[in-house]
Each structure stands twice: as structure tokens, then as C-alpha cells.
Design a protein around this ligand. Sequence first.
Ligand code: HEM
Length: 405
Amino acid sequence: MTKSSPAVFFNPFLPGFTDDPYPHYAQLRELAPVHAHPLGYWVLTRYDDVSTLLRSSHSVEERRLGPGTLREINQTTHSDGARRMRGLSMLDQDPPDHTRLRRLVSKAFTPRSIEALEPRVGVLVDEALDRMADAGEADLVAALAFPLPFAVISEMLGMPALDHVRLRELTATVVRSSEPVVDPQLLTENATANEELTAIMQDVLAWKRRTPSDDLLTALIRAEHDGDVLSDDELVAQVLLLYIAGHETTVNLISGGTVALLRKPEQLRLLRANTDLMTNAIEELLRYDCPVQMSRRITLTPLNLGGHEIPAGTFVTASLASANRDASFWGPDADELRLDRANARQHLSFGAGAHHCLGAALARLEARVIFTRLLARFPRLTLGAVSWNGRINLRGPATVTISVR
Ligand code: HEM
């Protein structure tokens, strides 16, 4: 333990934590809102502190870390190629590289291209709902929450027909290794998965250059700003980020949001009776059960928060999930689901500041189409067994049994 470690600290190994982390976060907000973890990093749990960090210019780049850190581990487990790719995604870059990468990708990922997807998303959702109606009962994750965002981002990018089962395995491995706690075996699996995904994406991009089309991959290949374009390695890194972030996060919003809604019948009734509430309801569902639970930065200068000075060069984990339940910001009903909450949109589930989620509009669109059609189609929707995926960061249900009859 470091000298300043508190008696209570962030401990994702507590029994039941991954099923319901919120009681632990409440305890941290009360007893150790800003603390040095025994493993050397710092943890923030209050809304104001988390928001301050995200909006600051502290670093996201791993390369500035010293020996024994994640960066170091990556260097020993990734081949040169995969390592080069990984650090090049905009999520891992500070300005000026972050600014130019984000600008180039935003050029292709426009609000107009997102809005244009609505009819197609509607068709895909209706097909899934038809199958659920025939079966009478379904696992919402397998039937809709996972395949829908996966199909949408694949079509949007203009991916060729590939082995989807293998791709899902690979992206799931990569996602598991972004958890705060990983074992050495997983790091090795991650290195192999990264290699394979990178090679697949390089082939896809070579094919797309030969057969351009009206899709996001083609737009990214052509994206240009003041003579600046994405290099080949940068292109692969941004495409992998969009591809993985495009489905491994939204799945938790759809499935976790459904669980939250079906567990609160009075809120469900309110939404059924006021469909105009849908846009706000989605913000509240994002707040209530945060699909990406944490974010991290590395301090570039000393940072004063909550009466503590966090030294420069420190790894800081900010709990978005905890910030979203902080009563000092949201009021005494912070732990309740209130679909008409006036300031729900101030949640931090999409982050904040320079790295605010670039796919937020797409996730919101998918959620709106799904929840609107799910509720309209099945007036007697009921919840059965729910199991959780055991993840600390990209936490959500693994299975959600629902009956639609
Ligand atoms: C960044 C959450 C869906 C693409 C982020 C960040 C969060 C987040 C918290 C910021 C991370 C940080 O500051 O360290 C979510 C949630 C989603 C979602 C909760 C669904 C409910 C999507 C989708 C896409 C996407 C559908 C794309 C197709 C991105 C990208 C970034 C990002 C490219 C990096 C932005 C940057 O570094 O400037 N997301 N995301 N996300 N997200 Fe999302």
C-alpha cells in the first residue's frame, strides 16, 4: 500500500461487483472520492472531478508511461505491427495528432451519414423483432442487442462478407484486454487477436481501394483536409476503433437499458404513455447504467482535486459510472431511474471534452429505433433471467431473457 492509500479503495474483486457495482461506487464517493489505489494509480468517483479530468488536456497516450506500466507490457506482448497500430487510434493520441485524426475521421462520419441510416436500421430491427415474435421468448442480447450494432457498423463501413463468428471472437478478446484487470494469458491472446484483426483490416482496405463504393471505408480512404490524409497505418487504426467501438459498447446500452426499463414497471408505463419522452429516456438509461464504466488519463502536470495533489505522470482512472450516480450533482434521487429527469443529458457516459464519443449520434439513433419499435410491437414484454458479462469496464448483461407474448 502507498502511504496515502485509504482503508477503502476501488476493488472490483468484491463479491457481486460486476453484477452491481453501484453500492461500491457510493461507498467510494462517500469515504474516498479521490484516492491513491494500492497499485499506484488514482481513482476519481465524483461527477465534478471526473468531468474536470475529462475536459482537461491531461494525456491519453500510453507512450509517456514508465517501466512496468501498461505501455511496457504492450511492448513485450505485441509485435511491432500491432503495437504501431494500437497507439495510432485517436483514442490513444493527444493533440496535435488527435486533432488531425479526429478531423479527418469526422469528415467521413457526418451527422448526415448517420441520419441516412435510420430506415435501414428500422428494417434490421423489424426483422429481429419478427423472429422474436415467432419464438415468443428470446435472449435479447443474442437476438438484437449484439447483432444490430454489429450489422450496422459493418454495413456502414462497407465491410465485405467475412467470417463474422471469427471477427466477433477477435474483437471480444481485444475488448477484454482493455479491462483494468487482465492476466498475462489474456495479454498474449490479445496480441494474437490484434495481429489477426490488423491483417484482416489491411486486406479489407486493399480490396476497398480496388473497389471503392459509397461507404465509410471509401470515405476514410479519401478523407482529406488541407492536403492532409490518413497514412495506411493510421487508417487501419481508426477503422478498427470505429468497428470495435461501434458494436461492443452499444450492446450494453440496448441490453442494460432494457433490463433497467423492465425492472421499473412504472417508468415503462410512463414511456409507453408518452412516446415523446423517448429521446430523454435514452439519456437517462445511459446515465443509469453506464455502458463504458471508466476512462483514464495520465497527468502531465500536478492535479489538485478533492484536497489531494495527484503528481504529474500518474495514471488516473475516472469512474463515469460513479459520476453518473453522484447525488451531489444529480440530487437525492440519483440512484433512481427517472425517464423525465430534466438534466439527464449531462451524463458522462459518452465521456466529455476532446475525446467525447464520436459515435454518440449513431448509438442514440440505434437505441431510439430499437426501443421505439420494441415497445410498440410487444405490449406485454416481460423480463426473465438476466446474467452479467463479468466485465469491469465494458460492463453489461451477457444474457437477457424476455418474453414477448
Ligand atoms: C470515445 C462511450 C458508441 C466511436 C468514447 C468515449 C466514451 C465512449 C466514454 C471516450 C473515452 C475517453 O474519453 O477516454 C461510448 C458509448 C457508446 C459508444 C457508451 C454506446 C452506447 C460508439 C459508437 C462508435 C463510437 C457506435 C462508432 C461507430 C468512438 C470513437 C471514440 C469514442 C471513435 C474516440 C473519440 C476520440 O478519441 O476523440 N466512446 N461509445 N462509440 N467512441 Fe464511443
